[in-house]
Design a protein. Sequence first.
Length: 382
Amino acid sequence: MNRDTRLVALALLLWGLGEGLFLHIQPLYIEQLGANPVQIGGLLSAMSVVSAVSFLPAGALADRLPRKWVMWGGWVLGLAGVLLTGLARTWQWLIPGLLLYSFSAYCIPVVNAYLAHAVGGRNLERTFTTVFAGYAAGGIISPAVGGWLARAMTMRTVYFVAAALFALSALVLLFVSPQPVPAREGQGRRYRSLLSRRFLRFAALVWLMFVAMYLGFPLAPNFLADVRGWDVGWVGTLGSFQALGAMMLTLLLGRLGDGGHGRETGPSRGARGLVVGPALVWGSVLLLLLTGVFPVLAFAYLLRGAYQGCRSLAQARATTLGGEAERGLLLGAIETTIAIAQVVAPYVAGWLYAGDPAYPFVASLVLIPVALLLAVIGLPRS
């Protein structure tokens, strides 16, 4: 961790603090402003789509423009989006703010491209997971604080407090060092790695892996309330356990990725975390399905935190599949792949849940081992 990576980690910590204030109660805010369940679901889906379509162009821009300022632009857009959301008086007026906030997620692959250059392309698994553990750490306490603020004052106040934290985060980011724009190469060469069999195989594996893991996420709160009988307060508390797990397991998986020595059997050292992480998520799904005892559910939510670590590891692995001049493009493509998985999985989970509330979890338990087997066989080696 050098000066620049520490500053990015601090900026993400502050962002995680702000986002955690409203993230878990946002559907309630949309409902409070007059939206019905169908409209809430449609708006949340639109937000996911906006994020998904932003990653690839942003990754390409990160290879052509100064990354510091492309990255900072995402921070400013996110700040503007949360301010507009707080100022809205009807759910329709939420749309510009929420979509702008979702679009600001474009900076994720840009952040990773910046980090990769900042450490000279070395120890990327550990770098990505350590820095993004800062974001997870920010979300440990803030969900409870956001709920308290919403009860004591208004939900609108929560967004304005989040905006103050976002502004502070953007200020921190101003102090990172600028980076040179990568040397331009021929357009055909730029897209050669993106269209290579090696990258396409990796992207397909990532998509399947994240669909398999995410199937058990969207309707877990509904399952806990409808089937297990837990009220919304306890379900919200579980979100803090997930954030704690994300912080701890993201760090652990990053060290697994960088921890191999000598000859490897099975997955290479950088791919090891991408095998262990989904296995931990599989364990969390199994526990959620089998028991409703709160301490066990809390442990299950801790294990669910491995999902965030897998995301950082997939990004780190993508950087090895091309050169510096196309790094942002590859990172944007993988982030798009993950985002598409997160658009598809909720629809499939909803359809399965309508048949039986346990079905999304059963499907996840079946698909994760399939994805792991394919990963062990097919993940590209360093």
